[in-house]
Design a protein around this ligand. Structure first.
Ligand code: PBG
Length: 320
């Protein structure tokens, strides 16, 4: 026998020496929910919704843990939702207040990222404006995203993250930011975002009002080539980073995008991925810590430069 691959697995020290993938805290981003009142999220044990008063402290912990960034999701009270989602760009909207609180707490020590999408703010729960016949209107929605992005930039965000999957949204947002003097605010594009069942717990977290589904704008899980197409389009429109979402069930798409992207590639380990591991671990069916580490290692191995994960703080501690 000439080749004995097992030689490189003989001791822990040897395995450590030849390990290819080493996730680092600096590449992790913590997604956080900010609402008018705190709340536990039933389907995401260990994740809570914070208030604006609390969120600065969370941002500070993230910076101290050496994380790369924080991704903010604003959750307005139901009474503040309307058919156009106008609180999304109101100067005192929940997302803008959360951004400012984080920026005051950490300055430039952590990358503050903010979700650009209308679904949390619309009474119907869709990511854009609705036509009379129930269609989600594309171009006008992009203009609203640009307005929302500018409001977030004014509040102090470093990076806006459009997650609505409207065609052309990156170009329109880039133009809006530039026209308002925010050339240095970056765009992390949710490029290949699939219509996934694994967003279930998130919808509870943001008190989603959605009836129906998002299949006319988010991608069909069956399509791999289309994920690459969406990423290439966003790159041509000026995205500073591109993202694949969800992560674990879309590692093929992630690898495709990572193979061609000239900009950093992110992957979002979504709420359902979190909930599955937590639930199985709760039953004693899997080793929680090992499963979490393996899941994140696999995402990085597949090509992610940046990983959004609800476990970011805990994983950063383990990596230390
Ligand atoms: C939409 C948005 C969603 C998630 C992030 N941004 C939900 C959706 O598209 O329905 C899901 C994140 C997760 O499940 O963790 N603004």
């Amino acid at each position: 026998m000439i080749e004995r691959p097992r030689r490189l697995r003989t001791t822990a020290a040897m395995r450590k020496l030849v390990r290819e993938t080493r996730p680092r805290p600096a590449q992790l981003v913590l997604p956080v929910f900010v609402g008018e009142s705190p709340a536990e999220i039933g389907a995401m044990p260990g994740v809570r919704r914070h208030t604006v008063e609390q969120i600065g402290g969370v941002a500070r912990s993230a910076a101290e843990a050496g994380l790369g960034g924080i991704m903010l999701f604003g959750v307005p009270d139901d009474a503040d939702k309307d058919s156009r989602g106008t609180q999304a760009w109101a100067p005192d909207g929940i997302e803008q207040r959360a951004i400012t609180a984080c920026r005051e707490a950490v300055g430039d020590d952590l990358v503050i990222m903010s979700d650009v999408c209308l679904d949390e703010f619309t009474s119907h729960g869709h990511c854009g404006f609705l036509a009379e016949d129930g269609r989600v209107i594309n171009d006008e929605t992009c203009d609203a995203y640009a307005q929302q992005a500018v409001a977030q930039a004014r509040a102090g965000t470093h990076v806006v993250a459009p997650s609505g999957m409207m065609d052309g949204q990156i170009r329109v947002i880039r133009a809006g930011l530039d026209a308002a003097g925010f050339e240095d605010v970056g765009i992390l594009a949710y490029s290949a975002k699939y219509a996934s069942a694994f967003y279930g717990p998130f919808r509870e977290a943001v008190g989603s009002s959605l009836q129906g589904d998002r299949r006319t704008y988010q991608q069909d899980p069956a399509n791999r080539r289309e994920g690459l197409r969406e990423a290439l389009l966003d790159l041509s429109e000026g995205a500073d980073m591109v993202m694949v979402k969800p992560a674990s069930h879309y590692l093929d798409v992630l690898a495709d995008v990572a193979a061609v992207s000239k900009v950093p590639v992110a992957a979002y380990q979504v709420s359902g991925e979190y909930a599955m591991i937590e639930a199985a671990a709760e039953h004693g069916w899997i080793d929680r810590r090992a499963a979490i580490q393996e899941s994140i290692t696999s995402i990085v191995r597949s090509g992610a430069d940046v990983v959004l994960t609800y476990w970011a703080l805990e994983v950063a501690e383990w990596l230390d």
